[in-house]
Design a binder for this molecule. Structure first.
Ligand code: ADP
Ligand code: MG
Length: 273
């Protein structure tokens, strides 16, 4: 391992083509829900995928994917697998109420171990659900994980956008490409067919524009998103035909396309192809 970024050892994952960080400036904006549905959407596109829950303070992958209980690391082969997706979460090791006490260095230690010591096998995409915020733990993680790019999730309100801006800056600082911004909970379509912009609308797009990063799209509010998440089967898997699932699928398509472009060799100067 090569020490990089201020002496942080950089982890290498030779079998994994792309590692995508899903991040947000603050909690409760739907980051984990985007991470899980993005993973399922990439799977639906035919890719080999994994989902790593690095949100040690509030691991939600166990609930969202319906894996209950804790597992003895001495007798368990991590990562686990469900719905054909490779999975790891601090929630598999400790009960959620214990997870609160981790400090920055511990977060790094565990996440480092999750990535470096477990056999993730051959994957096209590994999606990492980062802890919300831009503190030391997040900074260290973004420096040491082999991230191909970051997806930033925000809600349309100004309070969320301010924090999303900080998230953008953090990735810029550690030179991780920003794949773009997703505006979650953008609007709600009622039974009357009318569109309601509950938390206002368009802030994500505006932030993307002023920060010169791609805008990846809007995810509407749909109570079924929360029901499916709580029920252990993300909506993209359970109800793929819904408009909200289509929005996640579109997001996955855009993200995959950007990563393909990024990893494609740059054309040689002066060569007509
Ligand atoms: N588009 C959406 N429509 C309805 N509920 C949503 C949507 N996105 C997320 N939620 C719900 O909002 C809550 C917070 O989402 P979560 O993904 O846990 O946020 P975070 O990881 O940012 O803290 C969860 O109950 C989740 O099911
Ligand atoms: Mg979360």
């Amino acid at each position: 391992m090569q020490p990089q970024g201020g002496g942080m050892p950089k982890i290498t994952l030779p079998g994994v083509k792309h590692v995508i960080a899903v991040a947000s400036g603050k909690g409760g904006v739907g980051k984990s829900t985007v991470a899980a549905n993005l993973t399922f959407a990439l799977k639906a596109m035919g890719h080999r995928v994994g989902l790593m829950d690095a949100d040690i303070y509030g691991p939600s992958v166990p609930i969202m994917l319906g894996v209950s209980g804790t597992f003895d690391p001495n007798t368990t082969d991590f990562p686990l697998e469900k719905y054909g997706i490779k999975l790891m979460s601090m929630g598999f090791l400790v009960k959620p109420e214990q997870a609160m006490i981790w400090r920055g260095p511990m977060v790094h230690k565990y996440v480092h171990a999750f990535l470096a010591q477990f056999n993730w096998g051959q994957l096209d995409y590994l999606v990492i659900d980062l802890p919300p915020g831009t503190g030391d733990a997040q900074l260290t993680l973004t420096q040491s994980a082999p991230l191909s790019g970051a997806v930033i999730v925000t809600t349309p309100q100004e309070v969320s956008l301010i924090d999303a801006r900080k998230g953008l800056e953090m990735f810029r600082q550690v030179r991780v490409p920003i794949l773009g911004i997703v505006e979650n909970m953008s609007y709600f379509v009622g039974d009357d067919g009318k569109r309601y912009e509950i938390f206002m609308h368009g802030g994500g797009q505006k932030l993307a524009q002023e920060s010169a990063v791609p805008f990846l799209g809007e995810i509407p509010i749909d109570p079924r998103v929360a029901q499916c998440g709580d029920g252990g089967e993300p909506i993209v898997h359970k109800l793929p035909e819904t408009p909200v699932s289509q929005a996640y699928l579109k997001l996955a398509g855009t993200v995959a396309q950007q990563l393909q472009q990024q990893s494609a060799p740059a054309p040689l100067p002066g060569l007509q192809l």
